[in-house]
Design a binder for this molecule. Structure first.
Ligand code: NAD
Length: 380
């Protein structure tokens, strides 16, 4: 298994430094849960862990006038791994673009050089009734790994606005964003995708828009060239509009989906919805082998339930499991956390986001801390 992080340079008994970025809204609540789980792993697996908290998002803006203080960047880049909650909220929505909490997301990803965003999306059999898909489709399951390029493409490309006068004399405003990739950027994320596919079901699907976009044609050429090095991996190609449909019709047919920044952003939210709740999906953002990884749930700060103890912490706890696997190279501890999360679902524990799914099983209603304690009890 490919891993990412400073720890690979350390001896196995060394203290592993984890930076926690609670952020805004439910961020601090779900990070507190994941910390308890990591601390329990530290005891069970005798791993010396050290935690440092740093400010990000609206909370950082309120504290020091910047959503991404330099001190936070320095701490994150020096860590073995970083676990982030979520940022944003109505209190900061009217700030100018560069000061908004969400700008810290792009900033921290870029500063840490994490170009590969891995998003596992699973329909757990225990939660098939929570999926909005037709019951017979959901019953066949989904176990998908989305590999989304994270630091290039249209979100980082040249953009602008200008006032122009049309030939008919009409004055209008024109705006543009640019999708630009080079072969090195495509190749490095494609390598992650091929290696991930090799360790899974050996099936890789490149999602693009090669019938229209030149940048997508470069993705196809680069992935096709690389495929020669991975003869055991079956490679196919889908246009993004078709991929959005096929995910609904036959999600069980996919293994690894490789795609660009914007297409991955959209498809991973679709996959999240298919899996039943956004409160379940973790993510890992990885870069060079000697750099720390950044781990976060895919959900936002959920201002509508913040501070009420209702947030489902499983996405963040599962992100902590990815951190154990990819940055700390502790697959056994990662698997133990994932097994404990599955066990709580099998036992019927449900936060509010997963109740009322029409399932006939008896449900044990819990809040954030109740769910955390259930995971801890199975972990021990
Ligand atoms: P959101 O993911 O915060 O919430 C969408 C819906 O899902 C809400 O009803 C919310 O209550 C629910 N939800 C989300 N996470 C949940 C959890 N763990 N448990 C239970 N329910 C959960 O998306 P949004 O409402 O579009 O955005 C809210 C804020 O979060 C905005 O400021 C947005 O910019 C920000 N945001 C941040 C990130 C991030 O930090 N990575 C990602 C997306 C959105």
């Amino acid at each position: 298994m490919k891993t990412s992080g400073n720890v690979s340079k350390q001896n196995p008994g060394a203290v592993r430094h984890i930076v926690l970025l609670p952020g805004d809204g439910i961020g601090p609540e779900v990070i507190a849960s994941a910390r308890q789980v990591l601390e329990a792993c530290a005891v069970r697996f005798a791993i010396p862990l050290a935690f440092t908290e740093a400010a990000i998002g609206g909370a950082a803006y309120d504290a020091c006038g910047s959503p991404l203080p330099q001190d936070t960047v320095v701490k994150c880049c020096a860590a073995d791994a970083v676990l982030m909650g979520a940022v944003g909220g109505p209190a900061w929505d009217k700030l100018e673009r560069g000061l908004r909490p969400e700008s810290a997301l792009l900033g921290i990803r870029q500063a840490m050089g994490v170009y590969c965003n891995l998003r596992p999306a699973i329909i757990y059999p225990q939660l098939a009734a929570a999926s909005p898909l037709r019951a017979d489709v959901a019953a066949k399951g989904m176990n998908l790994l989305i590999c989304r390029e994270l630091t290039g493409g249209i979100y980082f490309g040249d953009r602008g606005r200008e006032s122009v006068v049309l030939p008919d004399g009409q004055a209008v405003v024109s705006a543009w964003d640019t999708e630009r990739y080079n072969t090195a950027e495509i190749r490095r994320i494609a390598l992650w995708a091929f290696q991930s596919a090799q360790a899974r079901q050996r099936h890789l699907t490149l999602v693009d828009k090669a019938n229209v976009l030149e940048s997508s044609r470069l993705w196809r050429e680069t992935v096709t060239n690389l495929a020669a090095d991975f003869p055991e991996v079956q490679v196919d190609f889908l246009y993004v509009d078709n991929a959005a449909m096929q995910l609904l019709r036959r999600p069980f047919d996919f293994d690894v989906l490789l795609t660009s920044n914007m297409f991955g952003d959209i498809l991973s939210d679709e996959a999240a919805e298919i899996s039943g709740s956004i409160g379940l999906l973790p993510s890992a953002s990885l870069g060079a082998a000697d750099r720390p990884g950044l781990y976060e749930p895919i959900h936002g700060s959920a201002p509508d339930i913040a501070g009420q103890g209702k947030a489902n912490p499983l996405a963040t706890i599962l992100s902590a499991a990815l951190l154990l696997r990819y940055s700390l190279n502790l697959p056994e501890a990662a698997a133990a956390v994932e097994t404990a999360c599955q066990a709580v679902l099998t036992a019927g524990y449900r936060c509010e986001d997963l109740r009322d799914t029409g399932a006939s099983l008896p449900v044990i209603p819990v809040g954030t801390q109740g769910m955390t304690e259930a995971v801890l009890s199975f972990l021990k």
